[in-house]
Every structure is written in C-alpha cells, then in structure tokens.
Design a protein around this ligand. Structure first.
Ligand code: MIC
Ligand code: SF4
Length: 751
C-alpha cells in the first residue's frame, strides 16, 4: 500500500530543470498550475505558450484512481485494450455500493453479500493488471487517496468528479470518464483543453464557526455551477497557509460543483505536517528539497491580475458560515440570511435529517469540530432533534477518532455511525421516512444537492454546509436556527447558547488503523483469472460500437428537448441504479428518466413519433432503435454537469442516440460523449433552442467535411413541412474527429 516514493522521486528529479525551461520559453514567472501542467506534458508536445481555454494538450499523468461504480466500465474497457498490466500506478476503491440503512457493521456485511459479484470482478481484474485494490469498508476514494497517494506537484486523473480533492496536497488531480482512465492505464497520453486560470487570494484567518467548507460555499456562490468550466482555481495568499491540508482538500473537492477542471494549493507547512502525520515523512523531505517548484512564483502571487485570467479575493477573518441550496450547490446563503430565505421561499423549516461525513468533510479535523459541538450538547443536556448520521471518510480516520474518544459524543447526541463509504451522498440510503409525498428538508456536509440525489425523493430539499453547522442544526431540528446568535432550550427547559467549535487538525498520537482494507495486486498477473459469470445481470462484456457510416445524418427523431438543469443525475441516475454500472444494457433503462421534457413539463414522458403516444424515455428510444432510426437529444445550459460517470454518454450511444445538441456542456460529460463516438454539438445561436419542435426530424450536414473549428449545419424538419436551418458549433480536434469516425476512441486503440 506504500506510496510510490521511487515514482515520486523520479517526478521531482526532472521538475526543476523542466520548470526553468518553461520560464525561459514563456519569458515570465509561472503559476503553480502551469509548473505542474508543463512538467507533465506528453513528450510529443511542444514547449510553447498554449492558448488557455481552447488548445488541446496531451499530458502524462502519474497516477490513476477509480471508484467501484465507475471502475467497472473503465476496467471493462481496459480489458479490451489488450495490455498485460497498467502503465502507471493505479488503484480501485470500493465505496459507492454500500447502502446506508442500519449502521456501519450491518450495512457493510449486507453490501459484501449483495455486491459480491462486482467486488470479485474488481478485485480479480485489479490483481491481474497490477492495480491496488481497496476493499469495501476501507473508505471513500478521495480520503484514501489523500491519506496514501496524493503528492505535491503530481498529476493524477480519477474516474470521479471529486478527484480534485487531492489539490489539498498540491496535486493537479482531475476527474475524467472511464475511457480516459483506460487510455492512461494503457500507456497513452491524456488530452485536456489547456485551462484558464482563476487565482483565489485568501487573506486573514478562519475563526469561530467559519471553516474551510465556507470558503468553497462562498466561491460557488460567486462563480456558479458553470463558472469553473475549463478553468483551474489556484488558491494562494497568507490565508491559504493557515488552512489545514484536509481543509484545503475540502475546498478543492467541491470545486467540482462549479465545474472547475481542478483546484490547487501551493505546498506549505500544513501539507508537510499532514504528510508526516500520515506516515510519509520521507515524501515531505523530498518535497521540501524542491519546495520552490511546488509553489507559484512570488511575482505571480504579488501581482495576480497579471498572470491569472480572473482573480477573486476572500478575507477569511470576515467569512461567515454558509448554507447552500436547495437543489443546486451554488445557491449560497450566509447563515445570517438563511432563516429569512427559508421563510421567503416557503422551504420546509423543520429539519428531518442531518448528515455529516462524505469525501468532502470527513477528516480528523472535521470530525473533531463536529464532535466538540456534540460533546458540548451532551454536557448541556441537549439531544439531536433531527435524525443525525456520520460517515467517516476512511477506516484510518474512523479508527483514529474512535481511539481518541470522539465517536462516543455522536452516540450520546443520538447519532448513527454509518460505514466508511459514500452512502446517502449518492442515494445509497434507505431513508426511513413516513410520508415521502410531504415537502421536507435535509442538510448534509456533502457537496451535491441536486433533486432526488440523496433519497430519490423530489420533495426533499437538500442543503449543504460544514460538519459543525450541520451538527448545530441537528440539535435545533430547524433550519431557521443560527448557532452564532440564537439559543436552544435543553431537556431541563434551560436556555443554552452553543460554544464555538474547536477543531484539532491532526491527532497528537498520529493516525492508526488495524485493518486498512488494502489488497496488493498479484506478482504474476497473467495467472489470475477474471471472475465473472456470462449470464450476470450486473456485469456485461462490452461490444464495440459501430463506426460512422460516412454520410450526413438524416431524419433523426427528436427524443427529448430537456428543459433547465440536466445533470448526470438526471441523465443516468445513481441510487438504486448503481447496481447496474457494469451492465450497459441494464443501466440504459434509466437513460434520461430524470430530465424534464420541455413540451409537457414532465419527467420520463416523451412522445414516440412512431405512434404519437407518450412513454418513458428509454422505452421510446428502444422503439427507435428497433426501427433502425437514429435520434437526437436537445438540452439547455451546462448539460451533463456533476458526475464523471460515462454511463451518461454510453447509454445514449448504446441505445442509438446520435447527437446531443445543447446550449453548453460540462467539461467531463462533453469529453465522455466524444470518447464514445457521439456528436456533442452546441447551438451557435442559443436562441435556436426555441426553434426545436416536438415532432421534428433533424438532419446534421457537413460531416463529410468534418473539421476542427468549422460549424455544422442542423436542419429542423418540422411536422407542418416547414424547416429551419441553424448552425451548430463543436469543439472536436483532429484526434477527436477520428474517434467519431471510428465509432469511439476504444475502437482506435483496439485497432
Ligand atoms: C458523485 O458524487 O456524483 C459520484 C457518484 O461520486 C460520481 C461518480 C459516479 O457517478 O459514479 C462523480 O462525482 O463522478
Ligand atoms: Fe462519494 Fe459523495 Fe464523494 Fe461522490 S461526492 S465520491 S458519492 S462521498
């Protein structure tokens, strides 16, 4: 399980010289992001100033990380690539498939039985191909990566959108689809649009109830869910150095919610302490040797407006705790305004469930801060008025906080400790609710709060905040409580004002764990057999997609014109569907069932143009497929925001959708579509969205001369015989056009 110090030494040994060369070539000081990106350029790339936000550049990442729900597809694809072993250090983490129901021990036991097939498959494939495997119960991918593998100055890709968590240790860590991971594991370069850079200058120091989480909740409010697309956020300034490494991780983690490519902090003392405390003194010593390379240049931080495309400044001393939501993570409320917002909007004030933990907020520090509130409550005869759950991020954190006596306070407050896993964050939650038809509220310390995400119920209003604010609100049982100013009444009828949380960044006795849950790959993988039954309902080998037919596309049926927010949760829902993540045919039955049909305002109800009847989206699409008719999906802004799950691209591909035409895309989803051989197009004129009618048959012209930067024509053939010809933009480069023509990137690797 040891971090790969030799690999890291190799990366570090080349860095100073490479960075000096870049500085000379570009003739200016460099941001940290540029230092890391340029020192990971693929050998085929030139050293030149890349145009931010538009030039595609090839990189060579140092690591790959995969979680169980996405690893299945990534590894099914890797198995087709025909390589004996992964080309870079890679790991798989079993965290998404554990249902939260009765508490940690029972839930884990149930999951191991229920998901046996998938765990056996992942464990055997990992062992065969040289991949480190973290068993269920070991922890959530991003926490385990931070504790074991992340390193300052490194570059990692991961099949999960919160991979940027590792930015808390100064790593450029980027969320991708499984096909991208497959490329890197197969030894191919990895392509990314060279990002624009946003500098976030932090001054002052967090105090009282304010925490690292509030930094990102505020940034989300400023930049919105689209504001980070094709951008990397680099945090710096005196305030940055006062935040713990895990607090930095929280900030970088939730950068995913603004669509950021990733977020990062420069190497500093806090990171060094964290490395030492997690058994990596040796690595800290190596990083210290080249610490100037692991920070942005002084001139950049002194004069950020000159080197970043945008600069945001936040004074931590004045930062108020925030609560964001409902339904979108960028609806940011300072706590002093939140009670009024609840009243003004008629959101349910009663808090039914409060949940802490997740990959975003489950460090030792987070748990100690929340536990200090729970301890104060126990000492002052206060009990939780809402249901209250705790999901530790890893077995190492759980073991250590139990040893140090924190868990008992949650217990006394009335809390339930869940397994070290994603659980309710991804809808793996058997919520015990009496009346699901009732509007209700929950609050979490997680990162996403899209409709239906946690419990599948559209009536649930989900909010996000820090672990300590969530804990305080659990005690109040109400969302209109402000712990900074208001009092609670305890069992004895006394008024109590909560004390401010006290956090301990790192355990004084160091971290400890008995059973880490790690499995080393086999020394000789060729002898390992992959475990999987041919008639499985959960795993299905992939068949190659058909290549492009060589002509323009004619008469595509409009499958759905999606209205408003259409995240990957709307396109390929998680929760109960997670069990089919390794079975493309089965999971395709959830395609777009959460998207709202523009024409009737309903979900999962679209017109079948063949018989004029309304039916569920996957059914209608299967009817088109059976009739050998292609189709098209039309969407709104930031289509595909949220998760990295490539199922959201593979399902339409598998069922015969040919084109996704939207106002704008989220980065990972757009790439996933291209990788699978789909046409991902955007309206050249966004108002043309309004021209699309329910019974349209749509043509796409210009494909025989498909070229980078050249628009395609889209012809809307309306039912009444009239037609509209509109223009569509695309962002395909030469290589991506080849993917389209081959019917998907994997078809190219294979050949
Ligand atoms: C999420 O937070 O939405 C997930 C579940 O972790 C996803 C990955 C998935 O869909 O498997 C993500 O963020 O990429
Ligand atoms: Fe798991 Fe939630 Fe983190 Fe995604 S955001 S990795 S589902 S804990």
């Amino acid at each position: 399980m040891t971090f790969d110090i030799d690999m890291i030494r190799k990366v570090y040994s080349g860095m100073p010289e490479k960075i000096e060369k870049v500085r000379k070539t570009l003739g200016r000081p460099l941001t940290l992001t540029e230092k890391i990106l340029y020192s990971h350029l693929d050998k085929t790339m030139q050293l030149t100033s890349y145009k931010r936000g538009s030039d595609y550049v090839d990189f060579q990442p140092d690591r790959v990380a995969m979680q169980d729900a996405t690893a299945q597809m990534a590894l099914l694809q890797f198995m087709q690539a025909g390589r004996p072993k992964v080309a870079v250090p890679s790991t798989v983490h079993c965290d998404h498939l554990i249902l939260a129901d009765a508490g940690a021990k029972k839930d884990l036991e149930t999951a191991v039985v229920k998901n046996k097939e998938v765990y056996d498959f992942l464990s055997s494939v990992s062992s065969k191909y040289g991949i480190g495997f973290w068993k269920p119960g070991a922890g959530i991918i991003h926490q385990v990566i931070l504790e074991n593998y992340a390193f300052p100055g490194g570059m990692m890709i991961g099949t999960d959108s919160h991979t940027p968590n590792a930015g808390g240790l100064g790593m450029v860590a980027i969320g991708v689809g499984g096909a991208d991971a497959c490329d890197v594991m197969a030894g191919l370069p990895w392509e990314l649009k060279f990002p624009q850079l946003i500098g976030v200058k932090l001054t002052g120091k967090l105090n009282g109830w304010a925490s690292a989480k509030d930094v990102i909740l505020k940034v989300a409010g400023i930049l919105t869910v689209k504001g980070g697309t094709d951008r990397i956020l680099e945090y710096f300034g005196p305030g940055a150095e006062t935040i713990s490494a895990t607090g930095k991780g929280t900030i970088c983690n939730m950068g995913a919610e603004i669509g950021a490519t990733t977020s990062i902090f420069s190497y500093d003392g806090k990171m060094g302490e964290y490395l030492a405390s997690t058994g990596r003194k040796e690595l800290a010593a190596e990083a210290d040797k080249i610490k100037e390379q692991l920070r942005g240049d002084k001139e950049v931080y002194e004069n950020p407006a000159k080197y970043f495309d945008q600069v945001i400044e936040i004074n931590l001393s004045e930062l108020e705790p925030h609560v964001n939501g409902p339904y979108t993570p960028d609806l940011a409320w300072p706590i002093s305004k939140f009670a009024q917002a609840i009243k003004d909007n008629g959101w349910p004030a009663e808090l039914e469930v409060a949940l802490i933990g997740s990959c975003t907020n489950s460090s030792y520090e987070d748990i100690s801060r929340a536990a200090s509130i729970a301890k104060f409550a126990a000492e002052h005869n206060l009990k939780a008025k809402s249901e209250y759950t705790i999901t530790p991020g890893s077995e190492q954190v759980r073991f250590t906080v139990e040893r140090d006596g924190y868990l008992q306070w949650f217990d006394r407050m009335g809390g339930v400790i869940l397994a070290n896993a994603c659980g309710p964050c991804i809808g793996q939650w058997a919520r015990h609710t009496k009346d699901p038809a009732k509007k209700n509220s929950v609050i979490t310390s997680f990162n996403r709060n899209f409709a239906k995400r946690n419990d599948g119920n559209p009536n649930t209003h989900a909010f996000v905040a820090s672990s300590e604010i969530v804990t305080a609100l659990a005690l109040a049982g109400s969302l209109t409580f402000n712990p900074l100013t208001d009092e609670l009444v305890n069992d004895k009828g006394e008024k109590v004002k909560l004390a401010e949380p006290i956090g301990i960044e790192l355990p004084s006795k160091g971290f400890e764990v008995k059973e880490s849950g790690y499995q080393e790959p086999a020394a000789n993988g060729s002898e390992v057999k992959v475990i999987g039954a041919p008639d499985s309902q959960r795993l299905q080998l992939l068949a190659p997609f058909a290549p492009w037919e060589g002509t323009d596309l004619k008469g595509l049926k409009l499958l759905i014109k999606a209205k408003g927010k259409c995240t990957t949760d709307h396109i390929s829902m998680a929760g109960p569907w997670l069990k089919f993540r390794g079975h493309l045919d089965n999971i395709s039955n959830n395609m777009l069932i959460g998207a709202i049909n523009f024409f009737n305002g309903k979900t999962d109800s679209v017109k079948n143009q063949l018989d004029g009847k309304y039916d569920s989206v996957p059914k209608v699409q299967r009817a088109y497929k059976a009739a050998h008719l292609g189709s098209i999906v039309v969407g709104d802004e930031n289509y595909g925001e949220g998760s990295s799950r490539e199922h959201a691209a593979m399902e339409p591909r598998f069922l015969g959708v040919r084109v996704i035409l939207v106002k704008s895309f989220a980065r990972i989803h757009e790439t996933n579509l291209k990788k699978q051989g789909m046409l991902a197009l955007t309206f050249a004129n966004k108002a043309d969205y309004d021209k699309v009618q329910e019974d349209d048959a749509i043509d796409v012209a210009g494909l025989t001369s498909f070229k980078p930067s050249v628009q395609l024509a889209v012809i809307l053939n309306h039912k009444d015989g009239s037609r509209d010809e509109i223009k569509a933009n695309h962002s395909y480069n030469e290589q991506q056009i080849k993917w389209f023509k081959a019917g998907g990137a994997l078809n190219l690797i294979r050949s």
